[in-house]
Design a binder for this molecule. Structure first.
Ligand SMILES: Cc1cc2nc3c(=O)[nH]c(=O)nc-3n(C[C@H](O)[C@H](O)[C@H](O)COP(=O)(O)OP(=O)(O)OC[C@H]3O[C@@H](n4cnc5c(N)ncnc54)[C@H](O)[C@@H]3O)c2cc1C
Length: 388
């Protein structure tokens, strides 16, 4: 399999879209410019300047599927033509009241029902901080997940929102990925997700937990969850990521005078991620997994493990996923070669998607090597098409 076949990678983009994406990535290559643009964007939103259309036409256009559910569904159907699945990700960051938590869960539930009917085989993702206030979730994290927490009416409402989402997903045969966020909320995320997995992951994994492998404690957690799921007779769904909040976690640890929960070097994170891939695929009879990465070596490592452990039914046991707007070479070459591959597809109002877009911009401008590769790929494909 040639991961770098560019004709396949960008076949879904018109010449105009390709050139536009190239332009956006060239901008993202300049950290100084990205910083300036982030401040400008925050200013536009804070003072309600009538320049939202600028954001919508540029970076939003490259990394998001649109503002409405209909926009997102037409993108899902378009990607299906290339045998690429989607993880529908309703983005609504920064709202912190009961009404918005209820509204978010209603939107996710209606997306699940619509996916089940119109686009079976596609998935949804859930951010628990969209179903409860992160401050409250952080507080819950410090309390034992026992009677005290379970009997709290507020916590009970959160469980009910999540349970409704997972029950509908089970009924509609739509897989749900619970995203990982800040470490200070992860213990409570783990317990909630485990409760849902135990209830719904009987024949296959309907609910997936996300493990950020930059965290020093995750390999142990992975071993523990596999062992505990086997005892309790369910199939854990494990989505592996490296983790999106390195700087934030480190700064927080310094402020609180604690050890950083994140590995000190990229190499340690890479080793931990690749070990987790090996464990999940070695245990493929007990675990359903999703390898969520833009890293070529980790993707190749996962393919090697599929061969090494002779996973003949890998399409239903091992999923690959990349973020919309990034690493098309992996998504489209995996899918054309018979692997189960998908795009994480965020959509929602421009204003609510800004924190997500800022994370993407910072990530792109800080990972020099990968962004340079992305720019080279786009340029080569533009030239290849020009020479046909
Ligand atoms: C489909 C999908 C879903 C995702 N869902 C989530 C999610 O739910 N939660 C979440 O947190 N993230 C999520 N991410 C983002 C992910 O965690 C990574 O930030 C992103 O994918 C970049 O990592 P990589 O494996 O693609 O590639 P690489 O470029 O190989 O790795 C970059 C990553 O390595 C780590 N790293 C970099 N420098 C250092 C250092 N000095 N020390 C230690 N570690 C370092 C960081 O995690 C950084 O993001 C998701 C990504 C994808 C593709």
């Amino acid at each position: 399999m040639n991961i770098e076949d560019l004709k396949t990678a960008y076949t879904y983009k018109s010449n105009k879209e390709l050139k536009f994406t190239y332009f956006i990535f060239k901008v993202l290559q300049k950290p100084g410019l990205v910083k300036l643009l982030i401040s400008l964007t925050n200013g536009i939103l804070k003072y309600n300047l009538p320049l939202k259309f600028l954001i919508k036409k540029t970076i939003f256009n490259v990394f998001c599927a649109g503002e409405t559910t209909d926009d997102a569904f037409s993108k899902i159907k378009y990607l299906e033509k290339f045998n690429v699945r989607s993880v529908l990700d309703y983005v609504s960051e920064g709202e912190n009241n009961e009404d918005s938590f209820n509204k978010n869960s209603e939107i996710i539930v209606s997306n699940i029902i619509r996916l089940g009917k119109e686009c079976p085989g596609n998935y949804v993702s859930v951010k628990l901080s969209g179903l409860e206030n992160p401050k409250y979730l952080t507080h819950c994290n410090t309390i034992n997940f026992g009677d005290e927490l379970i009997s709290s009416p507020r916590f009970d409402r959160l469980i009910k929102r999540l349970d409704l989402i997972c029950a509908k997903a089970y009924e509609s045969k739509v897989i749900v990925f619970i995203d990982a966020e800040d470490r200070c909320m992860q213990d409570v995320f783990d317990r909630l997700t485990e409760t849902m997995m135990e209830k719904y992951n009987k024949e296959y994994a309907v609910v997936f937990n996300t493990l950020q492998m930059y965290l020093k404690d995750r390999l142990k957690y992975l071993h523990d969850i596999i062992e505990s799921a086997e005892r309790k007779n369910y199939i854990p769904g494990i989505k592996l990521v490296r983790g999106a909040y390195v700087e934030k976690e480190r700064e927080k640890a310094i402020k609180e005078r604690k050890d950083s929960p994140v590995f000190d070097t990229k190499k340690e994170t890479d080793d931990s991620f690749n070990q987790a891939v090996e464990i999940c695929l070695r245990e493929f009879k007990k675990v359903d997994s999703c390898i969520a990465t833009h890293n070529n070596d980790s993707t190749q490592h996962a393919i090697n493990c599929i061969n090494k452990y002779n996973i003949s039914n890998h399409y239903s046991k091992v999923r690959f996923s990349q973020l919309y707007g990034m690493s098309d070479h992996l998504t489209f070459n995996l899918s054309i070669n018979g692997y189960n591959s998908s795009k994480y597809l965020p959509y929602g109002e421009v204003k609510k998607a800004i924190p997500y877009l800022i994370r993407r911009s910072e990530e792109n401008s800080s990972i020099d090597g990968q962004i340079i590769d992305e720019v080279i790929r786009l340029k080569n494909e533009i030239e290849r098409r020009a020479n046909i």
